[in-house]
Ligand binder design. Structure first.
Ligand SMILES: [Fe+2]
Length: 224
């Protein structure tokens, strides 16, 4: 990782902590001119100062260097706050119960923001006994495919990994599932409330009723 603490990060953290350049300087035993130099990119703090700086801002040295401060009050409280990270180089998928600074292939991954489903990423959800059968209407070619589907409840996460040339579908235990996520390698993360997925024709819907109606009509026509 060729990253070091930047002036912008120091300034942001100092202001967030309501410290003047002078107050921070006093804490670190340097001059306020030195702080000003760091903040304007005219110099870097010596490596021996990283720990005292992190301490002054009440964060870890890793957070200081990555410029990515993490505030997790109670990580295990609710899985619905889950974050997904995908490495753009290798496609590695990481699930986190809260914020995290995650590196893969030397890249600091950002938590994915889920978009509502659109006409190119429609979801069909059916209830099959105690399971949701989730199918995404999408290509599964090597270049453009759905790489995972996940179902999240307040205390569980079920994930199905998908591969090109496979089917864009998964089965999930219904128990408490509040949100379905899926990831397209081109278009990013999408999410939908499974109830909406069943009832809303704009985002996708349960086609099992319609199918059984059609089957019945066909049966009548054929005299069965
Ligand atoms: Fe897509």
């Amino acid at each position: 990782m060729n990253q070091y603490v930047t002036g912008a990060v120091i300034k942001e953290l100092r202001e967030k902590n309501k410290l003047t350049q002078f107050q921070l300087a006093e804490k670190l035993g340097v001059s306020d001119k030195t702080i000003s130099k760091w903040e304007t990119g005219k110099g870097y703090p010596d490596i021996t100062l990283l720990e005292p700086i992190a301490e002054a801002f009440r964060i870890s040295v890793t957070e200081l260097i990555s410029g990515n401060t993490i505030h997790n009050a109670n990580v295990s409280a609710n899985m619905l706050r889950s974050k997904f990270y995908v490495c753009p180089v290798c496609g590695n998928v990481i699930h986190s119960m809260g914020e995290a600074a995650i590196n893969c292939h030397g890249i600091l991954l950002a938590p994915l923001e889920a978009e509502p489903t659109d006409e190119n990423h429609m979801v069909f959800i059916e209830r099959l006994e105690d399971e949701y059968y989730v199918r995404i209407d999408h290509s599964m070619t090597k270049n453009h495919y759905i790489s995972f589907v996940a179902a999240v409840s307040s205390n569980a996460m079920q994930m199905v990994k998908l591969y090109p040339e496979g089917n864009a579908e998964g089965h999930f235990k219904i128990r408490g599932v509040k949100r379905i996520y899926f990831y397209c390698n081109h278009d990013g993360l999408f999410s939908i409330d499974p109830v909406k997925g069943i009832d809303d024709r704009e985002s996708g819907y349960d086609d099992s009723k319609e199918r059984s109606k059609l089957e019945k009509a066909a049966g009548m026509l054929l005299g069965n």
